[in-house]
Design a protein around this ligand. Sequence first.
Ligand SMILES: O=C(O)COP(=O)(O)O
Ligand SMILES: [Mg+2]
Length: 222
Amino acid sequence: MTEFAFDLIGFDLDGTLLETCGDLTAAVNHAIGTIGLAPFAEAEIRTYVGKGARVMLRRALAASGQEDPALLERLLPLLFDHYEAHVAVHSHPYPGLIDALEELRGAGVRLAVCTNKIERFTLPLIEKLNLAEYFCAVIGGDTTGLLKPDPAPLRAMVEKAGGGRCLFVGDSSNDTLAAAALGVPSVVVSFGYCDGPPAELGGTAVIDHFDELVPLVRNWNH
Ligand SMILES: O=C(O)COP(=O)(O)O
Ligand SMILES: [Mg+2]
């Protein structure tokens, strides 16, 4: 038991723990630049993030008028190699995150990650930003073979982290749907890459800043 309503708090990665869009945009632009396509602004790529790198690149190619699946398969390794070499150039935790993680950990709440980003990028990114020590389980988009909104990766996170009363924090309907399918309450961060109005994404609650997370779970009344 903890002083909070939860034993375990899981987090989505892109657009929730971390602002990663600068490095993702650079990787997309590198890949499509090799065939002479015009680069995208970060604000556009933000709307393509959340269902894994393959879907992000497919969306960018479609917006460039390129729908050929073979082209997607040819450019994806170029995106991967660029992203792997530049995974934490601009990426950084959202304001207030570290203080919130410290306070939750100090209160005995276990912390974990469940992201659609594949492990090849997820693990080094968390390491490089000095966040690995906080998380007792990290599930990537290729860990179970299924992506959120399927609940399988979230279930794997809960099991690996030792179970208990769980809350999941995310920025998109992938997160709220996966949580709902597992019967886990969810919090939407309105500052992420939300795929709709934050209050309409199906979460149990919405926060606008990580400073709101600890008071929310301390006074949980949902
Ligand atoms: O789209 C991705 O690669 C990952 O997104 P997520 O961390 O929000 O699940
Ligand atoms: Mg996300």
